[in-house]
Design a protein around this ligand. Structure first.
Ligand SMILES: Cc1ncc(COP(=O)(O)O)c(C=O)c1O
Length: 464
């Protein structure tokens, strides 16, 4: 008879087999899982840490995917969902409401900037962006400007994968397999001030939006969608005055300003919303992820009174919806999450420790491969360069060797989950749970320093 340990091992390998045979993982090369490479199966979490099926512990330096803001393993947040499921497991927001959706909408409105008081729920971030883009189109139709259908976004920005949201996403490799896309997506330079486009200064970046609106024809442009800090490319922060100028441009051309805060809200930047950190008032905020700290899937489109107003009269209706959006269990979880965040001073923790996180990352600048460190709050990136003096970046083939051939696996092997990404130039991104502090930053440094040093040595040997 097999010992308990053997039985567990057999069961674990069965899970690997079943995963390989049946699970279709997202944005994942399924062929990468062979005899030498297991699917990383995460089985439980506690605070800033998660554990895999073998019991190995990892520091979750990415909050799973920029979303477990309050940390893993919170029985109280789970309990809020369970209690709600017993009371009312589900009812829809199509024609009906339920108490948790109403309470959560009011709570979100009380936290959101300016007059963003109307909340349309979704089940995630792509649905939120999709809904915001459709809302912008219908708003312009209702207010007599039916041709304002285009959306301006930024190069390399990620706004989701559904076909409408994908037209705003500015990453060629994600768009190209699905062409032709929904028409109307236009792109302008992002705020990568480490590598400014030729001939542009940081102060010019906002005006590229005005130039593009003029180029497209102001009567055809309905919305601009921007993240407060752009994730893809590696945490591009805005130059001074950028969003204030974008606001002026949107007002001048009667274009809706959408702040895509799927990552940047709920404390990630040390405020409830990224727009508050950079002091601007968008017309619409799209959000998801940290709203529930990912204990349940939920997103939201938060709309200003001015933009919602035409929908509130007579037979006018926002002709759009999703069965599960505003699900009572998710809403109860979100309410418990926001309450706990406030009670426990989670956002204050980010403000108090942002300097320490950044200081630790800046201290890695002496490593030859570290070209730049940037970001805000608990949302930071390290850009890796081939040559520190010229800032030359790695070729696509070199990035592949660097990121997939070494870094991603080695960081994970040493117990750190973070993101090694090359949707722009190669970066390592860190976005730890908002409860993290100096002990976790020390652990991150203890992994990053040797691994980045070795990565640089390997790439020099690779080039030789
Ligand atoms: C800024 C932004 N918008 C939209 C999305 C899409 O969200 P989801 O993956 O929940 O559909 C993401 C996901 O990371 C995001 O970062």
């Amino acid at each position: 008879m097999a010992s308990t340990e053997e039985a567990v091992r057999t069961e674990r390998s069965a899970l690997q087999e079943l995963g390989r045979r049946h699970l279709w993982m997202h944005f994942t090369r399924m062929s990468a899982f062979d005899d030498d490479h297991e699917i990383p199966i995460i089985t439980r979490g506690e605070g800033c840490y998660v554990y895999d099926e073998h019991g190995n512990r990892y520091l979750d330096g990415l909050s799973a995917l920029f979303c477990v803001n309050i940390g893993h393993g919170r029985a109280d947040i789970a309990q809020a969902g369970a209690d709600q499921a017993k009371e009312l497991g589900f009812f829809t927001n199509w024609s009906y409401a339920h108490p948790r959706a109403i309470e959560l909408a009011a709570r979100i409105a009380s936290l959101a900037p300016g007059d963003l008081n109307r909340v349309f729920f979704t089940s995630g971030g792509s649905e939120a962006v999709e809904s915001a883009l459709k809302l912008a189109r219908q708003y312009h139709k209702l207010t007599g400007k039916p041709n304002k259908t285009k959306v301006i976004a930024r190069d390399i920005a990620y706004h989701g994968t559904s076909l409408g949201a994908l037209s705003a996403t500015g990453i060629t490799s994600l768009r190209e397999p699905f062409e032709p896309l929904t028409p109307g997506g236009c792109h302008v330079p992002n705020t990568n001030t480490f590598r400014l486009p030729h001939g542009l200064s940081a102060a010019d970046l906002a005006d590229t939006i005005a130039t593009r609106i003029e180029f497209e024809g102001p009567d055809t442009v309905g919305a601009v969608i921007l993240e407060p800090v752009q994730n893809s490319g590696g945490c591009f922060t805005p130059p001074e005055g950028y969003f204030q100028r974008v606001r002026e441009i949107c007002d001048e051309y009667k274009v809706l300003m959408i702040s895509d805060e799927v990552i940047c809200a709920w404390g990630r930047l040390g405020e409830w919303f990224g727009a508050q950190r950079y002091d601007y008032e968008p017309d619409i905020i799209t959000t998801a992820k940290g709203l529930t700290s990912a204990y349940a899937p939920m997103g939201a489109v938060i709309v200003s009174d001015r933009i919602a107003e035409p929908f509130m009269h007579g037979t006018n209706t926002f002709t759009h919806g999703f069965t599960f959006a505003g699900h009572p269990v998710c809403a109860a979880v979100a309410l418990a999450n926001l309450e706990a965040m406030e009670r426990e001073g989670i956002i204050e923790n980010v403000r108090n420790n942002e300097g320490a996180l950044r200081g630790m990352l800046d201290s890695l600048r002496d490593i030859p491969i570290v070209g730049d460190v940037r970001g805000a709050g608990y949302f930071q990136a390290i850009e890796l360069v081939k040559d520190k003096d010229t800032l030359e970046s790695f070729s696509d083939e070199e990035s592949e060797t660097l990121l997939r051939g070494f870094l991603s696996g080695e960081l994970y092997r040493r117990g750190l989950i973070c993101r090694a990404d090359d949707r722009g130039d190669p970066v390592v991104q860190l976005s730890p749970p908002l409860i993290a502090g100096p002990p976790q930053f020390e652990e991150i440094e203890a992994v990053l320093r040797p691994v980045l040093t070795e990565a640089g040595e390997r790439m020099r040997a690779h080039a030789a």
